[in-house]
Write a protein that binds this ligand. Structure first.
Ligand code: ADP
Ligand code: MG
Length: 227
């Protein structure tokens, strides 16, 4: 048995601790994600989906609990080592693309690879390959502002996968798109994930899309339960 790609144990998160507006968002959330598994995270707005994904993706820290990625405990690592693990092992996709506006699509997919030590030639070849797999190769020289919302998200997927992470975390990745585009972009994401054997947690409000993933979990009073 290989280690789970992601293992969250007893994750707790409180905002504004000790203040009148204290909010206990996560109250002992547990999740185990197997290799190649794609899990939908469904919950109403404000339930803590983004908080959970940010903690899982090492973008934020929990108040207690353990985050393991690929069997390695990330909880007590230094910021520098968490950053390295995030760069290598995790691809994060936001609801709004967060591409760098002054760079082209190609450059946006090359940059994480260059930051991770790839040569320009390697980074470019992989970026071109990824962009063509999601059907936006002809947009490679465009800046984000000159692409449609669906194209921007496809490029954002490529950027997230640029360093071939084992884990993708996507926070309502089709939430900004019209239903038809959302459906197409979601299909692209699923086939890309399946082709590459990626494991993923994908937050969505869309129950139809959630139903097409391997299983569904929801946040209920700060813990994860089967949906
Ligand atoms: P979701 O993604 O499910 O909509 P979030 O994780 O964004 O939920 O937020 C969960 C709750 O925590 C919300 O009530 C939100 O207002 C609150 N929250 C999120 N981030 C912060 C923060 N940095 N400081 C204080 N409260 C926050
Ligand atoms: Mg959110």
């Amino acid at each position: 048995m290989s280690d789970p790609v992601l293992s969250l144990t007893g994750i707790e998160k409180v905002y504004n601790a000790g203040k009148p507006n204290e909010i206990r968002v996560l109250r002992g959330a547990n999740l185990e994600l197997k290799a190649g598994e794609i899990v939908a995270l469904v919950a109403p707005s404000g339930a803590g989906k983004s908080t959970l994904l940010h903690i899982a993706g090492l973008l934020d820290t929990a108040d207690s609990g353990t985050v393991m990625i690929g069997g390695k405990d990330m909880t007590r690592r230094s910021d520098r080592r968490r950053t390295m693990a995030r760069r290598e092992d995790v691809g994060f996709v936001y609801q709004f693309h967060h591409l760098l506006p002054e760079f082209t699509a190609l450059e946006n997919v090359m940059l994480p690879q260059l930051a991770n030590g790839a040569s320009r030639g390697e980074a470019k070849a992989r970026a071109v390959d990824l962009l063509s797999r999601v059907g936006v190769a002809e947009r490679a020289a465009h800046r984000p502002a000159d692409m449609s919302g669906g194209e921007q998200q496809r490029v954002a997927f490529c950027r997230a996968l640029a360093n071939a992470p084992r884990l993708m975390l996507a926070d309502e990745p089709t939430g900004n798109l019209d239903p038809t585009t959302a459906d197409q972009v979601f299909n692209t994401l699923m086939s890309l994930a399946r082709e590459t054997g990626l494991s993923a947690v994908i937050a969505t409000h869309n129950l139809e899309l959630a139903g097409r993933m391997d299983r569904q979990v929801k946040l209920d009073e700060g813990v994860l339960v089967p949906a």
